[in-house]
Design a protein around this ligand. Structure first.
Ligand code: HEM
Ligand code: HEM
Length: 184
């Protein structure tokens, strides 16, 4: 009984993520939301399609997203958050979901980038700093990557759905402070 109340006290006072981690988390959320909206509304891409209009936006926002994800991972590896006290089951589910989210945050954008390279499209940060081409122009593999990019975007969306449900479960069912750890 005493242990439980100690545990509850510890949870209430567990500090959350630092300001940079929170900023990068929410920046990535906004950029991904934009990528879904643009990706679903931009015109179909065929051989010879020019990367302008919404396609240019998808590549531009994508370049910012890649930079934000890299910063986020570097920050996470160098600034470990205080772990939250959870049951072994919740701990496991949260670790697996976060791990898969990070994996998808890398793989989905890289496949889009490879597809852009195979079309000969340059990916530039803020329209200025060019990223290197990661597949050769006309490469069939790079082309395939575009389809896989589209499919894996759905997998990412499913993971995000699971993650948001988890956050709401903590807030409204377990009524602990996990959601607050990522809020300003
Ligand atoms: C997590 C971030 C991203 C999401 C959620 C996303 C989402 C999407 C979606 C939904 C499509 C349309 C797929 C279809 O209609 O089949 C698409 C296509 C595309 N995306 Fe992304 N995207 C992301 C990041 C990127 C990045 C970083 C780049 C490149 C810098 C990129 C380049 C492309 C290209 C070139 C296509 C056209 C693929 C094709 O039709 O062959 N995307 N994306
Ligand atoms: C694009 C959508 C999102 C992505 C890709 C994403 C990704 C992530 C990742 C990878 C982590 C693990 C952080 C770490 O420990 O390294 C995390 C943590 C967290 N996210 Fe998200 N997230 C998204 C949206 C959201 C939303 C909408 C909410 C709130 C409803 C949310 C709430 C949280 C919370 C509370 C944590 C901290 C969990 C903990 O303390 O263990 N996330 N997110």
């Amino acid at each position: 009984m005493k242990m439980q109340s100690n545990e509850a006290t510890f949870q209430r006072h567990t500090p959350g993520y630092d300001g940079v981690a929170k900023l990068l988390h929410w920046l990535v959320v906004v950029l991904i939301a934009a990528q879904f909206v643009i990706g679903w509304t931009m015109p179909d891409i065929h051989k010879g399609t020019l990367p302008d209009g919404l396609i240019a936006w998808h590549l531009g926002v994508g370049a910012t997203l890649i930079a934000a994800v890299v910063l986020r991972i570097v920050w996470r590896l160098t600034h470990r958050p205080v772990p939250v006290v959870l049951s072994p089951f919740h701990n496991f589910v949260s670790h697996v979901t976060h791990g898969l989210l990070y994996l998808a945050l890398v793989v989905v954008p890289v496949l889009g980038w490879a597809n852009a390279s195979s079309r000969g499209w340059s990916v530039r940060l803020f329209g200025v700093l060019p990223y290197p081409a990661i597949s050769s122009v006309g490469s069939p593999v790079g082309h395939e990557m575009g389809d896989i990019h589209g499919y894996l975007a759905w997998v990412l969306l499913a993971l995000i759905g699971l993650h948001v449900l988890g956050a709401l479960f903590h807030r409204f069912v377990l009524r602990d402070q996990v959601l607050q750890r990522m809020l300003p």
